[in-house]
Design a protein around this ligand. Structure first.
Ligand code: NAI
Length: 447
């Protein structure tokens, strides 16, 4: 049976649309905040006729965000923000049942990944939405005519455009939103170097995002990805957690919860101290490398585990990454010191032989929670994507007022999301009495 597709797209199989619809509906049940925003968007249409190109993990939670943006009047195009994280059935659902242009196939190669970014840019967006700043980065390289920094499919397309077209592509963008820590770091660097071309809302910096998504979402789903990839018993094993930021502390807590002995590696003295006082052993990676059974990087940095570490790891050691890019584990270095090519011993486990010891790399060093599991649970993405939807509305409402800077989502919106989430969870809290308000506002009512 063939399924008719009426929009421009590049997906694995439109025949998967029904499975994707069910998966999306299942996620929606845990997304009460987004549901409420969608109802308001349907009535108010704050994104009417705005073309929005989003580069996000193509998952059932993202499908619910796309529904919300569409309800607000946006014309959405979606490409993947990671080659391994796409849920092909969800991509099919969005294309077939929602008429959204989706460019994403699970397991797409490097060229196809950038071809999909190019396709999303070719929609000539008024708004962009990014997870890791690949889309916005490409747009800026085009505007700044730094063609050598562009991946091939984007470069070919951009150089064929007239200069006015290239400028128009960027100058019509009202603004962008950015989902993750790594993307925000890149965009802040662009603002610092005075090359940022439009305002960006750092969704990651909202309390209702990083305190929950990065901590509880990454914590649980990273564990989930590792277990699905390996079926390994964590109880009694030594798990080395590189990076004790929001993601690292979430994962360390969850791994401890199933009985692992945790070692934390850090470069920030305050974070290292926190890890130590949370009850974990803290040491440099070169020491941890000798004793760890499983290593997980969550730093947003490059080359955190390298050749000097692989050379001293135990036989059977496993390494995985849950930071945004696949640069935290030096896989090229590992390939160079390994005897022969790696052997795929399970669907997402590659075995390398180093000095007659086996080292196992999970999920090709890409975000293990998305490569081997389903990413964050919907309940936590509810808040992250509420921030995305409301930040897009804010950009449109403040078009022409905001500067070419990275902004936090206003505190009022952050609190509103927390209130809506509490309501969705049927949790009530106390309110300040007038006397308490006076007390907290005053400097002379001390006793
Ligand atoms: P964060 O900034 O809160 O924490 C990162 C920590 O890594 C910092 O404490 C830093 O000092 C430490 N670090 C940096 N270089 C290090 C090194 N060489 N060795 C040891 N520690 C080092 O960042 P957050 O929010 O925890 O994010 C970490 C990464 O995870 C980012 O790339 C982010 O984009 C990504 N992320 C992944 C998610 C997923 O679904 N897997 C979800 C959210 C974020």
């Amino acid at each position: 049976m063939t399924t008719k597709v009426h929009v421009e797209c590049d997906i694995r199989d439109p025949g998967l649309a029904e499975a994707g619809r069910l998966r999306t509906e299942w996620a929606e049940r845990s997304m009460p905040v987004l549901r409420q925003i969608r109802a308001r968007f349907e009535a108010e249409r704050p994104l009417e006729r705005k073309r929005l190109s989003a580069c996000l993990h193509v998952t059932s939670e993202t499908a619910n965000l796309v529904h919300t943006l569409k309800a607000g009047g946006a014309e959405v195009a979606l490409c993947a923000s990671n080659p391994l994280s796409t849920q092909d059935d969800v991509a099919a659902h969005l294309v077939v049942n929602e008429g959204i242009s989706v460019y994403a196939r699970k397991g797409e190669d490097h060229r196809t990944y950038y071809e999909h970014i190019r396709a999303a840019l070719a929609h000539r967006p008024d708004l962009t939405m990014d997870d890791g700043a690949d889309l916005v980065g490409a747009l800026h390289m085009i505007a700044l005519e730094r063609f050598d920094d562009l991946a091939e499919p984007v470069r070919e397309w951009a150089t064929a455009l007239a200069q006015e077209d290239r400028q128009a592509l960027v100058s019509q963008v009202i603004g962008s939103t950015e989902e993750t820590t790594t993307g925000v770091i890149r965009l802040k660097a662009m603002a610092r170097d005075d090359v940022l071309q439009f305002p960006v809302m750092a969704v990651n910096d909202s309390h209702t995002k990083h305190l929950f998504d990065n901590r509880y979402g990454t914590g649980q789903s990273t564990l989930d990805g590792i277990l699905r990839a390996t079926n390994y018993l964590l109880a009694g094993s030594v798990v080395v957690v590189a990076g004790y930021g929001m993601c690292g502390r979430g994962f360390a807590a969850r791994a401890q919860g199933v009985g692992a002995n945790i070692i934390v590696t850090e470069v920030d003295p305050v974070k290292a101290l926190e890890a130590a006082m949370d009850g974990f052993r803290v040491m440099p990676m070169i020491e941890a490398a000798r004793v760890g059974d499983l290593f997980v990087t969550l730093t947003g940095n490059v080359g955190v585990i390298g050749v000097s570490h692989f050379r001293i790891m135990k036989d059977g050691a496993m390494v995985a990454n849950s930071g945004h890019f696949n640069v935290e584990i030096d896989l090229e270095g590992l390939a160079q010191i390994a005897d022969g090519a790696p052997r795929r011993i399970r669907p997402l486990v590659d075995e390398y032989r180093v000095d007659s010891r086996r080292i196992h790399v999970l999920g090709e060093g890409r975000l293990i929670n998305l490569a081997a599991a389903e990413g964050h649970p919907a309940s936590v993405m509810d808040m992250s994507f509420a921030n995305q939807a409301l930040a897009s509305e804010y950009l449109v409402r403040n078009a022409g007022i905001l500067e070419r800077q990275v902004y936090r989502v206003p505190e009022g919106i952050d609190r509103e999301i927390a209130e809506l989430k509490l309501r969705g969870m049927s949790i009530q809290i106390d309110e300040l009495s007038p006397e308490q308000e006076r007390y907290l506002a005053s400097w002379h009512l001390g006793t």
